[in-house]
Design a protein around this ligand. Structure first.
Ligand SMILES: NC(=O)c1ccc[n+]([C@@H]2O[C@H](COP(=O)([O-])OP(=O)(O)OC[C@H]3O[C@@H](n4cnc5c(N)ncnc54)[C@H](O)[C@@H]3O)[C@@H](O)[C@H]2O)c1
Length: 247
């Protein structure tokens, strides 16, 4: 299978490299010329245990490519992952300008079926905005081309990203067609050999799972900070309390 990953940052580079390690033909796309040129020379912009060797191996084998031109690879791929940044806007909400820019570029240039998968962390409803942006561009071109959207939020941790991706405790995929489900099943099958936790949902549920998971982690940290303060007041050992709760 041939896929493209748009946004070769932390998530995009790890995702692309790990898929190529499993034999998938991957093109990583980014708007930053210097980043792409460095990657072609084997210079990796982030440190992640195991990543550099994996990039070199798959680049040399021709399974992993780097480009700044999304248009160029669209005719060749079945799936486009969007892993661009979603920085907080002035009011704290996620800024979707990069996500929607990618969608519009796809709509302007696609000539055949493509499954567009959002991997960036985005609020519920974003996949529908992506779908509308692509459709608007197709309508402007006055062409009818089938496509699907899907949501595949990422749970990797920086510092353990390659391991988290290669041996995921779960993969969440939101789809709205059987065709998209079959493609995603084929793509993730090699990662599910030991622990089959490929969870298919509808798209809003997949988007909600990522936001809820992030909120739950933040809540647990705040809760344990309060418990630590209480422990100090009453002379309890927070580490023992933590173990007791966790068990
Ligand atoms: N870093 C993490 O640990 C982590 C974990 C889970 C989810 N996420 C989410 O994944 C998304 C990406 O995060 P990241 O840390 O990889 O971001 P990043 O800033 O490291 O990378 C984003 C990349 O997208 C590129 N880009 C922007 N617009 C583009 C366009 N139109 N075409 C091509 N490339 C474009 C940028 O140049 C940059 O290289 C965010 O939504 C983030 O919240 C991040």
């Amino acid at each position: 299978m041939k896929i493209a990953i748009v946004g070769t940052g932390y998530v995009g580079l790890v995702t692309g490299t790990c898929f190529s390690e499993m034999g998938i033909d991957v093109t990583c796309v980014d708007v930053q010329d210097t980043k792409i040129e460095k990657l072609k020379k084997g210079i990796i912009p982030i440190y992640e245990p195991g990543l550099e060797d994996m990039v070199h191996r798959n680049y040399t084998a021709g399974r992993l490519k780097f480009t700044t031109d999304l248009k160029e690879c669209l005719d060749d791929v079945e799936v486009v992952f969007s892993a661009v940044g979603t920085p907080p806007d002035e009011d704290g909400s996620a800024d979707l300008k990069y996500v929607l820019e990618v969608a519009r570029t796809i709509g302007c240039n696609m000539n055949k079926y493509v499954l567009v998968v959002t991997k960036s962390t985005v609020p519920v409803g974003t996949a529908q905005k992506v779908k509308s942006a692509i459709q608007e561009e197709l309508d402007k071109r006055n062409v009818k081309i089938e496509f699907d959207v899907a949501s595949n939020p990422e749970f990797l941790k920086e510092g353990d990203a390659v391991d988290d991706f290669m041996k995921p405790d779960r993969v969440v995929v939101g789809v709205e067609s059987e065709k998209a489900k079959a493609i995603m099943e084929r793509l993730y099958k090699p990662f599910m050999m030991n622990n089959y936790r490929l969870i298919f949902t509808d798209i809003p549920s997949a988007e909600m799972i990522k936001y809820a998971a992030n909120s739950m982690l933040a809540t647990r940290i705040s809760f344990m900070n309060d418990i630590a303060n209480l422990c100090e007041l009453v002379g309890a050992d927070v580490n023992m309390v933590r173990k007791g709760i966790g068990a």
